[in-house]
Design a protein around this ligand. Structure first.
Ligand code: GLU
Ligand code: MG
Length: 425
């Protein structure tokens, strides 16, 4: 028996699960990749390949690894290096349903139509559970909670560094067993790659320590949520263009139009950013998630938060928009793609941002977000602009997967439903 190094060539699917195939590392090719099957995109969060889907038993794809994404997993024997991949047709051309390729398309649109690029960072919250499935550590930002997460935490941070992930903060969060990890901003594609790898590295490390890390949005309907907050800044010709000292809330006219585009499509976007059948429960008032569709100054209940600039920082470089209505049941490539398309629409139409909320939500009228996934789907089905952002087969598969998932969780009460998702994320 050998324990020769292995490469796992992977894609992140519509339910944000990383799936792929392993081969000896020495055989890895960035030209031919490994074989793949279109219908794999139609697997739901519970492992059911949902039918009917647009692909059925037909067709072949290749997973073409991006060698720069190499992430060595904390494996007990030998090594397993994960490589994130694009899904292509057998002749190597991009597949229109590949989430990673869709992000590339959105980034291209932003550059070609507006001369803009983005820097982004996904901030993740998760809960660490012991072998008894109980949260590890008391939470509430304590040193004790930080200690309770070791030595898993040290191993996870080491593995992130080995994957080239520049983590910035590792914090015991408010909820029991809850942690948050923040990372440095990267260019758009790399930011989404880092999000995928961060989740998988943390989950794998926890498993290797006899624990479990879950990124599910809610472990219980009344629990503190695990959010994903996406920080974004706009750049043109290598210069930051998000900040304008004289603009509303310090936002440049580009950032204001981009934000207005996000607000305009917010309800439809949730089908991609908060897509499980428990995600909407987290997006309710007084959870510090995103209580409605508004831009807020320093407000943790905003859909888009404008954060304060740290002392000594150059605001033109530090300024960013924080999109808070995402969670880890969402594919990071599609999260970023849908945000960019919405921003492009705001820029195309030169939308103006009329207000930025600077008070508590209780003191203002805010536009609520859909109360469940069905509401987000209905909003998407009414939003022809949002529908144009993705290939019909991709949209059909997203809908099929979520309908399929409903067959598994629709009869469960909310406590059981949260528990079911917590097992899968
Ligand atoms: N846990 C909150 C959420 O579900 C975020 C809290 C915070 O870090 O602001 O999004
Ligand atoms: Mg947090």
């Amino acid at each position: 028996m050998t324990d020769s190094p292995m490469a796992f060539v992977a894609t992140n699917d519509l339910v944000a699960h990383t799936r792929g195939r392993a081969l000896p590392l020495a055989e890895l090719s960035a030209t031919s990749g490994v074989g793949w099957v279109p219908a794999d995109l139609a697997i739901d969060a519970f492992g059911h390949l949902y039918e009917p889907n647009p692909f059925g038993a037909l067709g072949d794809l290749r997973l073409i690894p991006d060698l720069e994404t190499r992430a060595p997993l904390p494996w007990p024997e030998g090594t397993c290096d994960v490589f994130l991949a694009d899904q292509t047709l057998p002749d190597g051309t991009p597949w229109e349903c590949c989430p990673r390729s869709n992000l590339k398309t959105a980034l291209r649109r932003l550059l070609d139509d507006h001369g803009l690029t983005i820097m982004a960072a996904f901030e993740h919250e998760f809960a660490l559970l012991g072998p008894d499935e109980e949260p590890v550590g008391p939470g509430a930002f304590t040193l004790g909670a930080l200690v309770g997460g070791e030595p898993f935490g040290a191993a996870a941070r080491r593995a992130m560094e080995a994957a080239g992930i520049r983590w910035e903060n590792w914090l015991p969060e408010y909820g029991p067993g809850q942690f948050e990890v923040t990372v440095a901003p990267e260019d758009g594609l790399r930011a989404a790659d880092v999000a995928v790898l961060t989740r998988d590295i943390i989950r794998t490390t926890a498993t290797m320590h006899g624990q479990r890390a879950t990124f599910a949005p809610l472990l219980h309907p009344d629990a503190v949520g695990n959010g994903v907050h996406v920080h974004l800044s706009l750049w043109r010709d290598g210069q930051p263009v998000t900040f304008d000292a004289g603009g509303l809330a310090g936002l440049s006219s580009l950032a204001r139009s981009a934000s207005a585009g996000i607000l305009d499509h917010a309800a439809a976007m949730l089908m991609f950013t908060a897509p499980s059948h428990v995600s909407a429960l987290r997006l309710t008032p007084h959870r510090w998630s995103a209580a409605g569709s508004f831009v807020g100054l320093h407000n943790r209940e905003a859909l888009i938060r404008v954060s304060p600039v740290p002392p000594g920082a150059d605001p033109s470089r530090a300024y960013n928009l924080e999109f808070r209505a995402a969670d880890s049941t969402a594919n990071p490539y599609l999260v970023l793609a849908v945000i960019i398309h919405a921003m492009c629409d705001g820029l195309d139409r030169q939308l103006s941002l009329d207000s930025v909320l600077a008070t508590h939500i209780d003191d203002a009228e805010i536009t609520p977000l859909p109360v469940d996934l069905a509401g987000a789907v209905a909003a998407f089905e009414k939003d022809e602009v949002a529908q144009s952002w993705f290939a019909p087969d991709l949209v059909e598969t997203v809908l099929a997967v979520r309908r399929g998932e409903w067959q598994t969780v629709g009869d469960l009460d909310l406590v059981e439903r949260c528990r079911a998702y917590a097992q899968r994320y």
